[in-house]
Design a protein around this ligand. Structure first.
Ligand SMILES: Cc1cc2nc3c(=O)[nH]c(=O)nc-3n(C[C@H](O)[C@H](O)[C@H](O)COP(=O)(O)OP(=O)(O)OC[C@H]3O[C@@H](n4cnc5c(N)ncnc54)[C@H](O)[C@@H]3O)c2cc1C
Length: 390
């Protein structure tokens, strides 16, 4: 696959084949029940099992650990196609892969990789990433959950919030403070299995959108975790999750892109069907121009996402590109889904049309894996410290 030499917006034959496969799955298997699942706030366990069967739960995981060994570009294309019809399933897959699996692949010992990764890549169970706490979201250096060394174990105590997939995950990458008073250098990362004593999983959050995605608080109360399940040296946890989020941001950008594309497709179809004042509303220039602006913004987001993914796959620095891609794509998705509702008029404001769900789902993309404000911090710091780069 010539993924590192292709222009950002040109897909290789293999990428097109992958995209078409996942697009078929999304349209035939995911779309038909999406509104019903969303309204019932029902987790899509059967679709996750189908994704696992198709080998899509370990897209960027190396083949030696049971994954597909594919590029970040392929992973982003997959999430985009799923998000066109289901933001919830896209987030389930993104959190499982970027956050619950890849930190083990990137930073784990050979033993940890062999023990944890194959079950995640095969979809035997989902993975979760537990960083956020009630008082530490953007300011994750303020992590309070503690991990105290006791012989060949650590004892974890504290609470984490908003943990995607927590109700269905078999393993969790958890950040906890191993040294007081050292700020972000006192934070380490641990691999924790579901069901160990002292580890409890709370009730699902009642959310604005992404109703079929699972988000819960988790609790540690004297939970003993073997020291062999610490990810990397003590004090490296903060750096690890910063790197983890860089890759994750490309894919949350792809999720926002997919939601916007889904909304534009719905709006275009509706604009050609709905008639007012004797003609299709697409023939009113105000609506036609709105459609043009939506499509143009979508293409700009696609280029940013593809550029960040291509750079990552080529081994080039990509953190600023990933932040720009996520920032632009997620804010674009809010504008485009809002315009899609506008084009549907009053019908768009009802739960009978997908655009209402897409609008609610898109909002998360401006918050999760670093808010828009945090992306602007990342981008502006990079500009000041490293210059324009061109
Ligand atoms: C559906 C969903 C799924 C999630 N999944 C996970 C998960 O799987 N794992 C996980 O660990 N977390 C997860 N999160 C948590 C998410 O990452 C945090 O909500 C996010 O990082 C923001 O943190 P916060 O909610 O504490 O907001 P705060 O950090 O309290 O921010 C509040 C506001 O202040 C702004 N702000 C904060 N600091 C600054 C600053 N320095 N400069 C300018 N503005 C600032 C923010 O941008 C925001 O607008 C999830 C959240 C949601 C809603």
């Amino acid at each position: 696959m010539e993924s590192t030499t292709a222009a950002p917006n040109v897909l290789t034959d293999d990428e097109v084949m992958l995209r078409d496969t996942i697009r078929r799955f999304a349209e035939e298997r995911v779309l038909p029940g999406e509104l019903e699942r969303d309204h019932a706030c029902r987790f899509h366990a059967e679709l996750v099992a189908e994704l696992a069967e198709m080998g899509f739960l370990g897209i960027p995981v190396p083949e030696q650990y049971g994954g597909a060994g594919m590029s970040t570009m392929c992973y982003a294309l997959t999430v985009e196609e799923i998000a066109k019809v289901s933001g919830s399933l896209a987030l389930t897959l993104a959190a499982h892969t970027s956050l619950g699996t890849m930190p083990i692949v990137d930073f784990g010992t050979e033993e940890q990789k062999r023990e944890f990764v194959p079950d995640l890549a095969s979809g035997k169970h989902l993975g979760s990433f537990a960083l956020t706490e009630p008082q530490a979201g953007s300011d994750s250096g303020a992590t309070k959950t503690s991990a105290t060394r006791d012989g060949d174990h650590y004892v974890l105590s504290g609470q984490k919030s908003w943990i995607t997939n927590a109700g269905y995950a078999g393993s969790f990458v958890v950040t906890a403070r191993t040294s007081a008073g050292k700020g972000s250098d006192g934070i380490s990362a641990f691999l924790v299995r579901r069901g160990v004593p002292g580890f409890a999983i709370g009730e699902p959050e009642k959310k604005l959108g992404l109703h079929s995605s699972d988000s819960r608080p988790i609790f540690f109360d004297g939970c003993r975790v073997p020291a062999a399940q610490r990810l990397g040296p003590e004090g490296e946890g903060f750096k690890y999750f910063m790197k983890t989020l860089d890759r994750g941001r490309i894919v949350i950008g792809a999720m926002a892109l997919g939601l916007a594309e889904g909304a534009l497709a719905c709006a275009l179809k509706y604009a050609k069907e709905r008639k007012t004042f004797g003609k299709e509303i697409a023939a009113h220039q105000a609506i036609a121009f709105k459609l043009a602006d939506m499509a143009t913004q979508i293409e700009a987001a696609r280029l940013l996402i593809h550029q960040a993914a291509r750079k990552k796959d080529a081994g080039l620095p990509f953190a600023r590109d990933a932040a720009m891609a996520k920032l632009f794509a997620s804010e674009m998705a809010m504008r485009v889904t809002s315009d899609a509702i506008q084009i549907h008029g009053g019908y768009g404001y009802t739960r009978e049309y997908h655009v209402e769900r897409m609008f609610r789902d898109a909002k998360l993309c401006t918050i999760g894996e670093g808010t828009s404000e945090i992306q602007r911090l990342v981008i502006s710091r990079s500009l000041v410290q490293e210059g324009l780069g061109y």
